[in-house]
Design a protein around this ligand. Structure first.
Ligand code: SF4
Length: 753
């Protein structure tokens, strides 16, 4: 992968000078996180960029990773940009669309058939535009990235919230929406609000049943699901250095569950070992060459409170194994208190299924520790009480684990090895015997455990723990069991105690794999045809949005005045609609169906101005579009919060909405609207929201002199013929005004090719 090594060489060549310049401007020692951020500023070195401002900063990231569900719209947009190739190393990973039911082979066969056209599309686009393609079965995006692409000091974005996993190998890696990935792949800057910094000092050393997973389970309990919001978490201290690289990955992975922008660790010997073990001695040598820069400056970790906004200290020697849940990953129970909690809270004590693996916890070390527990079933004559599944994170891990007998150990206790894919972790789990949604408990080594996440059953109590604790619980079949203190009754009626798990950090015989599932892009992709069937209901090539007509927007009608909370889920619902993520016209049939109409307090019932009838929002939008009538959406506070997916901006645009006028925006959604050529406006006086009446005709005035910082005017013509005007604000800069005029940001990029 020469593309990568050249890129890493370039990053490392510039790193020391950029960091030195940043240090002199900031005027104090820097944390490792700051070094990565400052060395990746898009416009290079400028004093104002170094202020720890609350401002948004433009970055130039090193690479992009996309998973199959989110890659569809991202790549459809990239095609629109008209570029011959992506501007930076990028990969696509087919992992989210594979449903677990009967085991790896049968599940893969079914998934390949069911998702044939999506996989075919992703493969053809990747081949054409210089994107590395990881086939279905190759593994889960974050594990594959850790094994192949992550490197200390790098910065990447990925279209999945657990992109943060790569922090285990010293990256700043951040989960984003598809539109952000398109920006980076087309060579534009990627924007991020400069984060706060949380330092977690780890002292002591893990021992016994405690693992890296317990560090993040403990941190989640301290910070809660919101405590990391807007922050990057940097782990350091002697305890951090004692952790394996993949253990660090687990900690960073689940940082998504505390809302952190990302988490990272400074470069150390564990990363060197992991890079060499995964066939990247060249990267390890390069990192060694600048190792003194790939950590915080001297003094920072000795007085962290001077450099971090918040500091937490955890002594690994005293850390207990944790079990978190149910229904939220921050409900943290040290294992010594868990049995009492199960009894007191009335959680179902009988354990139905234990699930290990996923992108969070499927390293060789994880599997060896879990296998050392599983092996004791035979040795101690124990009958396994719960169902047990194993999800390897990649084909490389699976192949190596099979070669070394780990998978056989799991299978001997009835474990079912699932495909190297997300499966039950993302709800792609056709669970048996679940008719009627019974109340039950499962325990996983995954990261998220919100209601319905794994199996769609709101009564499934999902708990999260390390793979070795999950395995021990599976042997016991009882959540009140504590393997540290309790005994189990074996088949001879004897009381037996499980020995502490033993792990091996990296395979002594090295990693091995026959077919990793990687497909390199074509050297020259110009003749590669993008595969989209014209009659497909899942994929649709995009057409450019029309440019601005050059006049004020007059005669608009109200599509909906949304009341209260209106998240991107209300604007573009998830669930069954995920199937249509690559088909704009089809997914547009869910547009704003979750928003509450301020005039009747109902969802998905708005007045059709052409007929006076109340109809579903998409029906009314399509009727207006068909008759050439532009429409406007009015919203309340923090409109568009939630997931950053671009569908929530593209769908209204596709249905003929010209402007979204709200009391306030969630910033990412506001930017997404601008990128799609929409007018994103706010009431200068929030009370003006109440002036808008259901039958109004709306004119947006001042567009011919549209300029940064200059408000526009909204004129309302009410049904009785009376009119009124008021100011509406916007945050468009000069470049974003050009996006509006051209019809979208992509239209501009395409015009420049
Ligand atoms: S395994 Fe789970 S957390 Fe990881 S990428 Fe897949 S769905 Fe996301």
């Amino acid at each position: 992968m020469a593309f990568d090594i050249d890129m890493i060489k370039a990053v490392y060549a510039a790193f020391p000078d950029r960091v030195a310049a940043a240090r002199s401007i900031v005027g104090r020692p820097l944390t490792f996180t700051e070094k990565i951020l400052y060395s990746h500023l898009y416009d290079g070195l400028a004093t104002e960029k170094y202020e720890r401002a609350k401002s948004y900063v433009d970055f130039r990231v090193d690479r992009v990773a996309m998973q199959d569900a989110t890659a569809q719209m991202a790549l459809l947009q990239f095609v629109q940009a008209g570029k011959a190739r992506v501007d930076l190393p990028s990969t696509v990973h087919c992992d989210h669309l594979i449903q677990a039911e009967d085991g790896a082979d049968a599940d893969m066969k079914r998934a390949l058939e069911e998702n044939k056209e999506v996989f075919g599309f992703l493969e053809s686009v990747s081949k054409k535009y210089g994107i590395g393609f990881w086939k279905p079965g190759a593994g889960i995006i974050h594990q594959v990235v850790l094994e192949n692409y992550a490197f200390p000091g790098g910065m990447m974005i990925g279209t999945d919230s657990h992109t943060v996993n790569a922090g285990g190998l010293g990256m700043v890696a951040i989960g984003v929406g598809g539109a952000d990935a398109v920006d980076a792949m087309t060579g534009l800057a990627w924007e991020l609000k400069f984060p706060k910094l949380i330092g977690v000092k780890l002292t002591g050393k893990l021992n016994g049943w405690t693992s890296a997973k317990d560090v993040i389970l403990k941190v989640a309990g301290i910070l809660t699901v919101k405590g990391g919001t807007g922050a990057i978490v940097e782990y350091f201290g002697p305890g951090a250095e004692s952790l394996s690289c993949t253990g660090k990955g687990t900690i960073c992975n689940m940082g998504a569950e505390i809302g952190a922008t990302t988490s990272t660790f400074a470069y150390d010997a564990s990363m060197d070992r992991y890079l060499r073990s995964t066939g990247r001695a060249d990267v390890a040598d390069l990192a060694q060459g600048i190792s003194q820069h790939l950590t915080a400056d001297a003094g920072v970790y000795d007085a962290p409170e001077k450099y971090f906004d918040q500091v937490i200290e955890i002594n690994l020697s005293e850390l207990e194994p944790h079990i978190n849940g149910p229904f939220t990953p921050d409900l943290a129970w040290p294992i010594s208190q868990f049995a009492a909690a199960v009894r007191e809270k009335g959680y179902p004590a009988k354990l139905e299924v234990g699930l290990i693996g996923s992108c969070t916890n499927s390293s060789y070390e994880d599997l060896t520790r879990a296998a050392s527990v599983a092996r004791q079933a035979g040795e101690k004559n124990l009958k396994v009480k719960s169902e047990f599944t194993i999800t390897p994170g990649s084909e490389q891990v699976r192949y190596t684990a099979e070669r070394d007998g780990l998978l056989a150990t799991f299978e001997e206790i009835g474990g079912v090895v699932l495909a190297n894919a997300c499966g039950p972790c993302i709800g792609q789990w056709k669970r048996h015997n679940q008719a009627g949604n019974p109340k039950n408990s499962i325990i996983t080594s995954f990261n998220r455990n919100f209601a319905k996440r794994n199996d769609g059953n709101p009564n499934t109590h999902g708990f999260v723990a390390s793979p070795e604790i999950v395995t021990a619980m599976t042997l016991a079949g009882d959540l009140t069991f504590n393997p540290l203190t309790d005994t189990l009754t074996n088949e001879d009626g004897k009381q037996v105690k499980l020995d502490e798990p033993q792990g091996i950090e990296l395979p002594p015989r090295g990693f091995d794999v026959e077919d990793p599932g990687y497909q390199a892009p074509a050297q020259d992709g110009s003749s590669v045809v993008i595969k989209v069937a014209p009659d497909s209901d899942r994929l649709q090539l995009l057409s450019p949005f029309p440019a601005w007509e050059g006049t004020d927007l007059k005669g608009l009608k109200l599509l909906i005045k949304a009341k209260g909370k209106c998240t991107t889920d209300h604007i573009s619902m998830a669930g069954p609609w995920l199937r249509f993520r690559g088909h704009l016209d089809n997914i547009a049939n869910n547009t704003l169906t979750g928003a509450i109409n301020a005039y009747n307090d109902k969802a998905d019932a708005v007045k059709n101005p052409l007929t006076g009838e109340y109809q579903p929002v998409p029906v009314v939008a399509r009727a207006m579009k068909a008759s050439g009538l532009g429409s406007i959406v009015v919203g309340d506070e923090n409109y568009g919060e939630g997931s950053s997916r671009e569908h929530a901006a593209m769908q209204p645009r596709h249905l003929g909405v010209r402007a979204v006028l709200v009391r306030s925006f969630a910033r990412i959604h506001e930017t997404n609207l601008k990128k799609q050529g929409m007018l994103a406006l706010t009431f200068a006086n929030p009370a003006d929201y109440d002036r808008i009446q259901e039958d109004d005709t709306l004119d947006i005035l001042g567009l011919t002199s549209f300029a940064p910082g200059k408000p526009l005017t909204l004129q309302l013509t009410h049904a009785d013929g009376s009119t009124e005007q008021f100011a509406v604000n916007h945050t468009y800069n000069a470049q974003q005004i050009e996006w509006f005029k051209a019809g979208s940001a992509l239209n501009i990029i395409r015009a420049q090719q």
